[in-house]
Design a binder for this molecule. Structure first.
Ligand SMILES: NC(=O)c1ccc[n+]([C@@H]2O[C@H](COP(=O)([O-])OP(=O)(O)OC[C@H]3O[C@@H](n4cnc5c(N)ncnc54)[C@H](OP(=O)(O)O)[C@@H]3O)[C@@H](O)[C@H]2O)c1
Length: 307
C-alpha cells in the first residue's frame, strides 16, 4: 500500500464520527458502505465510496485505487437482535470483511472497532485481561473477526468499545443510539421505559473518535487489544435520569423496569469495559473520556436547538 489517507469501512453512527474527526484534523478520509449514507458531510472532507466489504475483489480494487495507510473496520451488521436471528450470516459478514481487508492491509495499520459483547456480562467490569466468552451471536461474530484481523494483518489493533452515544437529529427516522432516542422522547414529553438492572459504561462518539485517532497515529508496537469505556458505570435507568435532568425534562418520564420486561431482555446484565492500557497511549494531548453528566451537558444544546 502507498501512503494515501484513511479508509473507513462502515459509514454508520460510529464510522462517520471517526471519519469526521480524522478529516477535521486534515486527514484524507474515504468512508465506505453498500448504500450511500443519507447525511454525507461532503463539506468536511469526507468522501464516500460504495463497497461491500464481504466482496474480496471489490475490496482489492478499492484498496489498489486508494492505497490507504490506515484502515478502520467499523461496519455492520451491528444490530444485536438481527445477529441473534441470523447468526451464521453475522459471522460470515464480519469474518469475510475482516479477512478481505486484513489480506490487503500490507504495512498499513488496521484498526477494528469491536464490542463488550465478546464478554458474557457476568462481571461488573472487563479489562483487556478478562477472558472472553461472547454474550450472543453478535459477540461471537465480532470475536471471530477480531481473531481474523489479529492473525492476518501485520499491524492490527482491536479497540473494544462500550455503548457509544451522541447527537442525532430529531428527524433521523430511526435513532441509532440510546441517548438520542431517550433525549428526543423526553423532549416530546413521552415516557421512556428503561432497565434498572442493565449496566453499561457509555462513551461519547467524539471520545471514541479521539481515541481512535490516537491509536491510528501511535507508534508501534501497540497492545493487540485495547478497551474503551466511559468512566461511569451506570444502569440505563440511571443514565436516562441524568439525560432528563440535563435537558430539564420531568423526572417521572423515566420509568425504571426490570430488564426482563424490555427489549433488552436478551442483553447481558453488564456491558462494561475499562482499560489498563489506554492511559499509556502516546497522544499529542491527554485524552479525557467524558462521563455521563459531562456527555449529557456537552450534547444538551444540540438536542434542544433542533426541536
Ligand atoms: N454503536 C455502538 O454503540 C458500538 C459499540 C461497540 C462497537 N460498535 C461496532 O462499531 C461498528 C459500527 O457500529 P455502528 O453503531 O456505527 O453501526 P451502524 O450505524 O449500523 O453502521 C454500520 C455501517 O456498516 C455498513 N455496512 C454493513 N455491512 C457492510 C458491508 N458488507 N460492507 C460495507 N459496509 C457495510 C452499513 O452500511 P450499509 O448497510 O449501507 O452497507 C453502515 O454504514 C459495528 O461493527 C459495531 O460492532 C458499535
Amino acid at each position: 500500500m502507498s501512503a494515501g489517507g484513511t479508509l473507513v469501512v462502515g459509514s454508520g453512527f460510529v464510522g462517520m464520527g471517526i471519519a469526521l474527526r480524522l478529516a477535521t484534523a486534515g486527514e484524507s478520509v474515504t468512508v465506505t458502505s453498500r448504500n450511500r449514507p443519507g447525511r454525507l458531510p461532503d463539506t468536511r472532507g469526507v468522501r464516500w465510496h460504495a463497497l461491500d466489504a464481504t466482496d474480496p475483489e471489490a475490496c482489492g480494487r478499492l484498496v489498489a485505487r486508494l492505497g490507504p495507510r490506515r484502515v478502520v473496520l467499523v461496519h455492520g451488521p451491528s444490530d444485536v437482535t438481527w445477529c441473534e436471528a441470523h447468526p451464521s450470516r453475522a459471522v460470515s459478514a464480519h469474518t469475510a470483511a475482516a479477512a478481505n481487508l486484513a489480506a490487503l492491509a500490507g504495512d498499513a495499520r488496521l484498526l477494528m472497532i469491536s464490542t463488550d459483547n465478546v464478554f458474557d456480562g457476568s462481571r461488573p467490569d472487563n479489562t483487556e485481561d478478562t477472558p472472553v466468552s461472547p454474550a450472543n451471536a453478535y459477540g461471537r461474530a465480532k470475536l471471530r473477526a477480531e481473531h481474523t484481523v489479529l492473525e492476518s494483518a501485520a499491524d492490527a489493533v482491536v479497540l473494544r468499545v462500550s455503548l457509544v452515544y451522541g447527537h442525532e437529529p430529531a428527524d433521523a427516522g430511526k435513532w441509532l443510539n440510546f441517548f438520542a432516542a431517550c433525549a428526543h422522547r423526553l423532549l416530546r414529553g413521552e415516557p421512556v421505559t428503561v432497565p434498572e438492572d442493565q449496566w453499561t459504561t457509555p462513551v461519547l462518539v467524539d471520545d471514541v473518535a479521539e481515541v481512535t485517532a490516537a491509536v491510528l497515529a501511535a507508534e508501534a508496537p501497540l497492545p493487540p487489544v485495547l478497551h474503551l469505556g466511559g468512566p461511569d458505570r451506570v444502569s440505563r435507568a440511571a443514565w436516562a435520569s441524568v439525560i432528563a435532568q440535563t435537558l430539564g425534562a420531568p423526572p417521572h418520564l423515566v420509568v425504571p423496569v426490570p430488564r426482563a420486561a424490555t427489549r433488552y431482555a436478551s442483553r447481558p446484565e453488564n456491558a462494561c469495559l475499562t482499560s489498563s492500557l489506554l492511559t499509556r497511549l502516546p497522544a499529542t494531548a491527554p485524552i479525557t473520556v467524558r462521563g455521563v453528566r459531562e456527555g449529557a451537558s456537552e450534547l444538551a444544546g444540540a438536542f434542544t436547538d433542533t426541536r
